[in-house]
Ligand binder design. Structure first.
Ligand code: FE
Length: 208
């Protein structure tokens, strides 16, 4: 069994999930975590510290990467075509996880989900929001992406294709949003301020 699905948020499941009962993965995670602590291989505090670290980084790394791509053609080409090299250049450790960067264009809008659980590019975005982990989002964004996006206030014109990307334990997606019109003269730091977590999941688009 892959451990990747179990080294993240399930560890924080101190409250029952939204269905008000623990699922297979939550129970499996608790069993493995308790065993690791019992055998002295890990201390309970270590998990908490790791989660705090993810909490602290937030989506800032992702925003910096996107703003750089908007202002540096060479870097953007690398980010889209050789994302792992781009991460190396930025000193962002992806571990065993393969990153894919999907670029929004005038013809294409990308949105990311993990239909199985909550896989997410944590090194870039921090801890995923609760709605990302919800069964509602996971099931519906695949079946009716335009309707789900509209609930986030994002209306994609019919002329534009919507593509949904399903993450896995080994494979994570980052959406590279379109740079908003009217920001030609903006500095990188100001541009990064437009790039929110949700724009990099693809449920919203940046606007000045
Ligand atoms: Fe997952």
């Amino acid at each position: 069994m892959s451990t990747e699905h179990h080294d993240h948020d399930h560890a924080t499941t101190f409250q029952p999930d939204e269905e008000d009962s623990l699922g297979f993965y939550a129970i499996a995670e608790m069993a493995v975590r308790e065993l690791l602590c019992e055998r002295g291989l890990m201390e309970a505090g270590e998990l908490h510290q790791a989660l705090e670290w993810y909490d602290r980084i937030g989506p800032g790394q992702g925003a910096a990467v996107v703003a750089r791509a908007w202002t540096d053609t060479r870097f953007k080409e690398k980010l889209v075509n050789r994302p792992m090299e781009a991460m190396d250049e930025y000193g962002i450790a992806m571990g065993q996880v393969q990153l894919y960067v999907v670029e929004n264009t005038a013809q294409l809008h990308n949105v990311v989900v993990c239909t199985l659980c909550s896989c997410y590019p944590r090194a870039l975005l921090g801890i995923p929001p609760d709605w990302y982990k919800s069964r509602n989002y996971r099931a519906r964004v695949v079946a009716e992406p335009r309707a789900v996006l509209a609930e986030f206030g994002t209306v994609i014109p019919d002329t534009k294709e919507v593509r949904v990307h399903d993450s896995t334990a080994d494979l994570r997606y980052l959406v590279l949003p379109e740079r908003p019109a009217g920001t030609q003269d903006w500095e990188v730091a100001a541009l990064a301020g437009l790039v929110t977590r949700d724009t990099m999941i693809g449920v919203t688009v940046p606007s000045p």
